[in-house]
Structure formats: C-alpha cells, structure tokens
Design a protein around this ligand. Structure first.
Ligand code: ASP
Length: 329
C-alpha cells in the first residue's frame, strides 16, 4: 500500500483553461537534492514547484498527487505500479491528461507495465524525469516537465493527441513500451530503436500522427493483478548447466525472458536445449528477446535458433526486455 497526498497548485489565470492535468510525482533525480553525505535523495514536490514558476502561467489547471515518500526508481515495485494505475483510473474522468514524474533508471519498465495495465486509453499518460535535479543550473528537468505537460494537454478535435502511455525525454516522445534507457550520462537517456518517435519537440512539437495509436472507444479497464514470478536470463558464452538448471527449478517460476544473441540465437548443445524443453513442459513460458538494442528475433533463421522453436520457446519478435518482462507479469 503506497501512501500519497494531494498538493495544491495555483491554477491557470484564464477562465477557460485548455486542459486539466494530473501530475503524479513518484520521485527520481528530477526532484532530488544532495544530502549531507553527498548522495542524491528525493525531496518533496512543493520545492519542485518553487523551481518551475512557469507552471503557473500555462493555460492549464493542475492537481498534483505525490507519493508521501518519493522514491529512487531503483526501488520501484509492482505495488507502486498499482498505485500509479489506481490514481489514474480513479481520476480518469476528472482530467484531460496525466504526467508521471519518475526516476529514469526504471522508467521504461514502469511505462511498459502501465501500458499493459491501463487498457482502452483515450487520454495521454506521459512519463518524464531528469538526468540532473531541478535545482541545478544545467538541469534538464524544466524542459522535460513543461513539454510533457504541453503534450499531455494538447488536443485535436477535443481529444488528447497522444492517447497512449509514453515517455517524453530530451525532445523526443517515445512509446512507453518501446523505450529503453540506454545512456546514463547524456540528456538523451532514452531511445526506441524499433519504433519511430511519436513526436519531436523543437520550435514546435511535431507529432508523428501515423504512428500514434487511435483513441479507444471503450471504457478504461485497469488490470491491476500482476504475477511477478518471472525472471530475465541473459545468455553469455560459458553459461553453466548447473546454474541454468537451478534458475529453472526456482519455486513458483512462471516465465523467463531469455535474452538471446542477435536475431534470437542461443547455444544449441543438448543439455541447454533439454533444460529449456523440460522447463517448457512444466508450463514455464520462455520468451525469446534479443540482447541487441534494435532488430528482432527470427526463430529458425539460424541453425542456433531452430531448436528453440521446436521446444516451445515463444518469439518476442522486436519487443524490448522491459516490455517483455512486464508483459509476462
Ligand atoms: N536513480 C534515479 C532514479 O531512477 C535516476 C534518475 O532519476 O535519473 O530514480
């Protein structure tokens, strides 16, 4: 159970603001400050607003819900995803869009998870964060945040332009479940190698309309149950039989994302293949995802992936590991 509180924000001065946005602040570098021992830790959202006075001048009304204890996203857990999903679900009719402030380390996992948990979206859910805290001179927080709000509040024919779970970061709007954090010390922390950006922000925000999902006509459906008895197994040369067997015999294991080489290849020596076959026969779902950042799994293209197909490994095609593991859940 995650505790959260509502923070009041001055709203737009206009009589007819173009949109109302709910901001969900979970923590992350975005709102961190240096503690006495020199480490970065998250601080209260009230201080964040002081650093972005422009928020008050936008033609948008806001509410902010913050986790009572903002977290470093390395500590994210399925109950945080449930809390974020629950907040959006409960407040869905009251707002035109949602901005989730989140640490970058696991943002791609959270955006992927929420994209699978919130079915039938007709409003934008935009994740963003920062590489440098909002209080620092060269922080990327301000631009990321203000543009995420701009995107969440942009409409066409009265509907949100991007009715999807996305990540906005460093001038790019990416589909959440296609994104990965691939750089830890550049402002361009995220990429979605296998899918074009949904928008690029420069002087104008240019939307890539043909790649944006259509708005759902159905009611929002919140799938809050997750089974976290899954794991990720990244292959490497010299992987040991005993270690592999002990992973597959873990109590309660239901699914494994198998991070394979290139276009979905693995060793094809007999002990390896029979280990997979035995796991598959016990009902463990084996999901084949490439270790490469781009490209896709094509089982059977090489001799070294034919056997995977034969023993029931499911091809993940061009899915990311982050999306694969959350989809399994
Ligand atoms: N460790 C931080 C987090 O993920 C990093 C960041 O926000 O960029 O919460």
């Amino acid at each position: 159970m995650i505790n959260y509180k509502v923070v009041d924000l001055s709203t737009s001065k206009s009589d007819h603001p173009k949109a109302s946005i709910l901001i969900i602040y979970t923590g992350g570098t975005f709102g961190m400050a240096y503690s006495e021992d020199g480490a970065l830790s998250p601080f209260d959202f009230n201080h964040v607003v002081e650093k972005i006075p422009e928020l008050k001048t936008l033609d948008v009304t806001f509410s902010v819900i913050t986790f009572t204890q903002p977290i470093d996203s390395s500590n994210i857990h399925s109950h945080h995803w449930r809390a974020i999903g629950h907040i959006i679900y409960e407040n869905y009719d009251k707002y035109d869009g949602f901005v989730v402030l989140h640490g970058t380390d696991t943002m791609a996992y959270s955006a992927s998870a929420l994209s699978f948990m919130l079915k039938g979206l007709s409003k934008p859910v935009i994740f963003t964060g920062a590489q440098i805290p909002i209080g620092s001179v060269r922080s990327d927080a301000r631009d990321n945040f203000l543009t995420a709000v701009e995107i969440a509040s942009s409409k066409k024919n009265g509907n949100g332009i991007v009715p999807e779970v996305c990540i906005y970061f460093n001038h790019q709007l990416l589909r959440g479940n296609r994104s990965r954090k691939i750089r830890s010390s550049h402002f361009g922390a995220f990429e979605s190698e296998n899918h074009p950006p949904l928008a690029i922000s420069g002087v104008f925000i240019e939307y890539n309309h043909s790649f944006i999902l259509p708005s759902s006509n159905e009611e929002l459906n919140f799938q809050y149950e997750l089974d976290t008895n899954v794991t990720i197994l990244r292959l490497f040369p010299n992987i040991q039989q005993g270690i592999l067997e002990s992973i597959f015999s873990a109590d309660g294991l239901k699914g494994v994302v198998l991070e394979t080489y290139g276009s979905g290849n693995s060793p094809n020596y007999p002990w390896f293949i029979s280990c997979l076959k035995e796991a598959n026969d016990r009902g463990i779902v084996l999901f084949n995802v490439t270790q490469c950042n781009g490209g896709k799994v094509i089982q059977g293209r090489y001799e070294t992936s034919k056997k995977l197909e034969e023993v029931g490994v499911v091809s993940g095609s061009d899915i990311t590991t982050e999306a694969a593991v959350t989809k399994l859940m």
